[in-house]
Design a protein around this ligand. Sequence first.
Ligand SMILES: [Zn+2]
Ligand SMILES: [Zn+2]
Length: 332
Amino acid sequence: MLGMVLRSIGEPLLVLEELPDPIPGPGEIRIRIEACGVCRTDLHLVDGELPNPKLPVIPGHEIVGRIDALGPNVPDLAIGTRVGIPWLGSTCGTCAYCASGRENLCDRPVFTGYTRDGGYATSAIANARYAFPLEKKGSAAALAPLLCAGLIGWRSLRFTGNAKVLGLYGFGAAAHIIAQAARKQGRQIFAFTKPGDRAAQDFALRLGASWAGDSDEKPPEALDAAIIYAPVGELVPLALGSVRKGGSVVCAGIHMSDIPSFPYRLLWQERKIVSVANLTRQDGTDFLAFAAQNGIETRTKTYPLEQANSALADLRAGRLEGAAVLIPPQDY
Ligand SMILES: [Zn+2]
Ligand SMILES: [Zn+2]
């Protein structure tokens, strides 16, 4: 197999390596990868902002592919089935969080492309019980961003309850999917971008936002809730200042720069700040069904696998409209 490998933290670039084909163990499947999305979490991994990664590691946790080998004890999946492999690689099933329906907070989790090798590759191994069967049809590149930007975006949207007027801070891969989902649910979207990023603001308006502006602007009316997708701590007090009494600010990223201090009056009157961590399999099942039923579409820019470093650089620089997706060689 081929993989784009992060050899150690501090190495600026992933390296293309030829590796032995992996063999699935008990309960595992091997996927021949059709596409793998590029997520901001991959940048945090490369930058050393996530503790204790497996090293060397192949990043990537928005995998779409077909099963080409089964380990022992995989009763429910067949060779040739198209599956999606998300960030949540497996959980222990026995800790207090797993036992109470919060496997996203498991004490002993495995994360794809972080503590086990991921999808910047031609093949990957996954735990069969954490794979989502996908529709056979549809472009793999279009499906890939649903596996994290979509799933974790969906969980963050759930955390806003029945908010009707919703602010989205940062209009990248997750927001471009969740804006569509929120519109389908009849919510109103106000989109906030990096000051002066007219391209992102236009993109948000095309996807149904009723207003788009700079992150330091006040929206035309108070927000019922806000979701912060950009990894920028300064946005927390800005968003708090724009939500109405009782409203929530949901921080959807795995890493964020420090949140500056702010006056208590921004939080007063039962405003809430909450973070969203990982996903449960139920989030995945619910969101993938919703996306299929409601025709959620993704905007992607595809790159050959060996150009993963360019994709990461474009994401870092904010040059993408929608999501970057890697396509490995299909004849390898
Ligand atoms: Zn657990
Ligand atoms: Zn992700």
